[in-house]
Design a protein around this ligand. Structure first.
Ligand SMILES: Cc1cc2nc3c(=O)[nH]c(=O)nc-3n(C[C@H](O)[C@H](O)[C@H](O)COP(=O)(O)OP(=O)(O)OC[C@H]3O[C@@H](n4cnc5c(N)ncnc54)[C@H](O)[C@@H]3O)c2cc1C
Length: 379
């Protein structure tokens, strides 16, 4: 298999981590990336223990940890700041979350691919089968021949759309802003504060920075939401506990990103002969469980393991699908439901929800987390 050419379309978290995982088994993949330069989203990201375990498998755990902040507590509270539930108190490696700036995560990943061919400014539009090979087509009219294609080109993947024209993106019913600001508030723990039809999350990053996100129920692609900046967001979250309004107010408008939240309705297949879909291209999820990138990182390790253990790539891709589809799609579905619960706007129901959640024993929460965080990479 080492004589075959591998091309990865999309140099995001899934694509770069996969290139590192393939390198470890002696496969040097070419990466084609649509963006003209690597300029990752200016936001933070949380990496759960399953992702850290994957990085350990790839031998880059320490670097990732050094660039991250180990979150010393994760609490869900109501909008007044009263605890609804919190991460089990015995805080250990099996439940520890690392928070990292996306730019720093990209830097660490790229530092392991210095000897790789990464072609920027190449937007894949689709592919054609040519005898035993695959011809990738790009929006500049150029083409590239490869034996095997790994599509990690994100939620809007043109390769997935070509393979599965009926695959469907689902709007979650809420829109989201993300911001980075200085931690002038002495914030040490990560929190998510649930109001009625809106919620606000705070995640401390290294270098005294805070990554925050704000979700609000809204119609899809609402022109009103598009116009929201610091001033409007501060007003929306004015009734939330301290320091939320001031934290929003202290964020430069230039440091705020806006996206409607979508996921990918579970699809039939990830593997299609010599082509495989990974990361968001295969199983984009709502961000409610903080698992989208973690699953993409798991994909990378499992894909390399499957390739190591198979005689043909097509067999490995099939094996990958068998290992990944059920787990990744169950997270997509759980996260979807969790979002519905977190974004409840009916006051009576959301008060009831808070009460019910407070009654869940810590042992139950811990076992729920374990089912997500425990992953065995030995196939
Ligand atoms: C608000 C929000 C918060 C989130 N928070 C978390 C979190 O805390 N923890 C977590 O684990 N996950 C989180 N996620 C999910 C996470 O961001 C994604 O799951 C992850 O980025 C997926 O990585 P990917 O490489 O598959 O896709 P992407 O990150 O979308 O990368 C795709 C790459 O492909 C490139 N590309 C796109 N189209 C083409 C093309 N046609 N040709 C070539 N290249 C192309 C893009 O430029 C990009 O570089 C969050 C998501 C959102 C929206």
């Amino acid at each position: 298999m080492k004589d075959l050419t591998f091309t990865i379309s999309g140099g995001g978290i899934a694509g770069l981590t996969t290139a590192i995982a393939l390198k470890r088994i002696g496969i040097k993949a070419k990466i084609v990336e649509a963006a003209p330069e690597f300029k990752p989203v200016g936001a933070g990201i949380t990496l759960a223990p399953n992702a850290i375990k994957a990085f350990q498998h790839l031998g880059i755990k320490q670097e990732i940890e050094e660039a991250s902040n180990l979150i010393s507590g994760l609490e869900i509270c109501d909008f007044k700041g009263k605890t609804i539930t919190q991460q089990p108190s015995e805080f250990d490696e099996s439940t520890a979350i690392h928070a990292i700036h996306r730019g720093n995560l990209h830097e660490v990943l790229l530092s392991h691919l210095k000897d790789h061919s990464i072609v920027l400014g190449k937007r894949t539009t689709g592919f054609n089968k040519k005898a035993d090979q695959i011809e990738l087509t790009f929006d500049d009219g150029s083409t590239h021949l490869t034996d095997l294609l790994i599509a990690s080109d994100g939620i809007h993947s043109p390769i997935r759309k070509q393979l599965l024209p009926d695959s469907e993106l689902r709007y979650a019913g809420y829109t989201c802003w993300r911001g980075i600001s200085a931690n002038n508030f002495g914030i040490e723990k990560a929190t998510e504060s649930w109001g009625h039809g809106k919620r606000f999350g705070i995640v401390p990053l290294p270098d005294n920075q805070i990554y925050w996100f704000a979700c609000l129920n809204a119609p899809v692609n609402d022109p009103q939401m598009k116009k929201y900046g610091v001033h409007e967001l501060r007003q929306v979250f004015e009734d939330f506990h301290t320091p939320i309004p001031d934290l929003i107010g202290s964020t430069p408008d230039s440091q705020i990103l806006w996206n409607d939240i979508y996921d990918l309705k579970p699809i039939r297949n990830f593997a299609f002969g010599d082509v495989v879909l990974i990361g968001d291209a295969a199983h984009a999820t709502t961000p409610n469980m903080g698992q989208g990138a973690c699953q993409a990182i798991e994909d990378a390790v499992i894909l390399a393991e499957c390739l190591k253990r198979s005689s043909t790539a097509a067999q490995a891709f099939q094996f990958f699908e068998q290992h990944r589809k059920k787990r990744a799609q169950s997270i997509v579905n759980r996260s979807w439901k969790m979002g519905k619960m977190a974004q409840m706007d009916n006051r009576f129901l959301s008060t009831l929800r808070n009460g019910l959640m407070r009654a869940i024993p810590a042992s139950v929460l811990k076992s729920q987390l374990k089912s997500i965080y425990d992953i065995d990479f030995t196939l």
